[in-house]
Design a protein around this ligand. Structure first.
Ligand code: PLP
Length: 356
């Protein structure tokens, strides 16, 4: 099943990512659906992920940084690659030469992009990070000459709390978007991220920008996940040993055996993105049933109580993420979100890309 020499295997199901993109397209009939592939496609591999989506017909991609765009440009002929981080001074020529689309975030960036080609204009409606703040939006609306020579492909804004449908800030942002659009030329607009697509037609636009849902994270927390899982992480069992009642496991002896116990040591640690905050809190799966993590997660190793699982043997495999254990599940145990679980996944795993 798993490559024979690997200590850990991360399988990424590209076909499931494509299926998720098609699901999102069906949920967003008002417009197109881009693929957000920033942070190496949330840790899963920007080049293979973006190429698979491009093959399936996706022509709009979103990254955070110029370097991330350059790393995938040649794999995505004819596609828009938008760079969320904006136009860092000195990068204007590189954007132009490589046919990349800056997401302009300020009046200064607008001025530096004059007569240089297509751009996206980011308008801040509540995040207060990037995007034109209300004062700069008003200045722009009052001085439309500044927009001469601007080819704005989309204006966009980003939702603050789209995964919480009842949060009143969603409606507030919708109103702010409408007000901003009334001040500007009738540009196309881009609004929803993954969860925003599931907020319904009020949040539909000409271009949705999902990331998380493509990678199988649940865009509707608390409700059944409409997306397919796309990752499986299997790690090798190195040793299995019997310890007596009273023996301790791991650094700082944070776990003590209450009964004679079988401990499996697995080839996985916090250097692989298996967060130390999972210590004594998470489980792995053997044959579809949970085996509790006991003791501290260390850099390369993690220990599990397999007393009730005689099938666990050295050289065997434990599922750390997969059909029985989603990134959202692991995130809940770690006290974080699925985004951080995926983007933390380490570089030491053997990676396998499934296309069917
Ligand atoms: C990361 C990001 C997205 C994608 O968000 P998801 O919640 O992963 O779908 C969309 N738009 C912007 C501006 C982002 O920074």
């Amino acid at each position: 099943m798993e490559p024979e020499t690997a200590h850990a295997v991360l399988t990424v199901d590209l076909a499931a990512i494509v299926a998720n993109w098609r699901t999102l397209k069906a949920r967003h009939p008002s417009g197109d659906v881009a693929a957000v592939v920033k942070a190496d496609a949330y840790g899963l591999g920007a080049r293979p992920v973006a190429a698979a989506l491009h093959n399936a017909g996706c022509r709009s991609f979103v990254v955070a940084w110029l370097e991330e765009a350059l790393a995938i440009r040649d794999a995505l002929p004819g596609a828009m690659i938008a760079v969320l981080g904006g136009l860092i001074p000195g990068t204007e020529t590189a954007f132009g030469v490589h046919g990349l689309t800056p997401v302009l975030c300020s009046l200064d960036e607008i001025d530096r992009w004059q007569n240089r080609g297509e751009a996206i204009l980011h308008i801040d409606t509540g995040m207060s990070r990037l995007g034109l703040p209300p004062s700069e939006l008003a200045a722009l609306a009052a001085d439309r000459k500044r927009l001469d020579g601007m080819a704005i492909r989309y204006a966009m804004s980003h939702l603050v709390a789209s995964e919480v449908p009842g949060d009143p800030i969603n409606q507030l942002q919708r109103q702010r978007v409408a007000a901003a659009r009334a001040m500007l030329p009738p540009w196309k607009f881009s609004l929803a991220n993954s969860s925003g697509i599931f907020l319904g037609p009020d949040f539909a636009s000409d271009l949705a920008r999902p990331g998380a849902a493509l990678y199988g994270l649940n865009p509707t927390p608390g409700q059944p996940n409409p997306m397919h899982g796309v990752v499986r992480l299997m790690v090798r069992v190195l040793t299995v040993r019997d310890i007596p009642a009273g023996a301790t496991v791991g650094y700082n002896a944070t776990w003590k055996a209450a009964r004679p116990t079988r401990i499996a040591t697995a080839a996985l640690g916090y250097a692989d993105g298996y967060h130390r905050s999972l210590s004594n809190r998470a489980s792995a799966c053997f044959d579809g049933t949970p085996v509790p993590l006991v003791g501290r997660v260390s850099m390369d190793l993690t220990t599990f109580d397999v007393t009730d699982h005689p099938g666990v043997q050295p050289g065997g495999w434990l599922e750390v993420l997969g059909p029985h254990l989603s990134p959202d599940d692991l995130a809940a145990a770690a006290g974080t979100n699925g985004y951080e679980v995926l983007t933390s996944l380490g570089r030491r795993f053997q990676r396998v890309y499934r296309t069917a």
